[in-house]
Design a protein. Structure first.
Length: 202
């Protein structure tokens, strides 16, 4: 039996029905994948905001935040406690600003891990903001806290924990979607052939 040219297949009733079914399924998979990405992204970003809020909450209750002079100090440790008990986690940074929005220092990065958020004055207008990384890596989620003296601290948390799950989900969706489309096309082609042959329309 000779293989028919794809253009001929599309012109037949079987080909048109197959294109409609596969096209509709593709659109449905794309819509579902987009919705999954949006919902997962929002959920992960909310989790980052919760971590930022929890880490910086002591600053709002009178505990002094890092001032850029002690690389080992962390958010919320009282002045009479040793800083090594409250070291800043490696995925956090604290950027110090004066009351005018001028950056004075940063706490967190080391020589072996120079990643840091790039924060502009406009980003300080909002309590939460997403800013780029100085080395071109994953973005940072930032919470700005205004201290009683008018100076500001921006507690930043890398969004690696958001980007990686989204990328993994996208890969899974692409692989599963491709398998579903191929199986659907084969099943539809067979079933349509049987139905059309039985009705004399094939």
């Amino acid at each position: 039996m000779r293989l028919r040219h794809p253009r001929y297949l599309v012109r037949t009733l079987r080909g048109r029905l197959l294109v409609v079914l596969v096209g509709a399924t593709l659109l449905g998979l794309l819509a579902m994948g987009f919705a999954n990405q949006v919902m997962l992204h929002k959920s992960l970003m909310d989790r980052l905001d919760d971590r930022l809020r929890e880490m910086s909450r002591p600053w709002e209750h009178g505990f002094p935040p890092p001032d850029g002079r002690d690389e080992h100090s962390g958010p919320g440790h009282p002045p009479d406690e040793p800083p090594d008990r409250h070291g800043l986690p490696t995925d956090f940074r604290v950027v110090v600003f004066d009351r005018y929005g001028n950056q004075l220092g940063i706490v967190g990065p080391s020589a072996s891990d120079p990643k840091r958020p790039v924060i502009h004055r406009g980003d300080l207008l909002h309590e939460y903001a997403t800013v780029p990384d100085s080395t071109g890596g994953a973005d940072w989620r930032v919470r700005r806290v205004v201290l009683p003296d008018g100076s500001m601290r921006a507690l930043a948390l890398t969004t690696d924990s958001v980007r990686l799950p989204l990328q993994l989900l996208m890969i899974i969706e692409l692989v599963v979607g491709a398998v579903v489309l191929v199986l659907l096309a084969v099943v539809c082609l067979v079933l349509l052939g049987i139905v059309l042959a039985a009705t004399g329309l094939g």
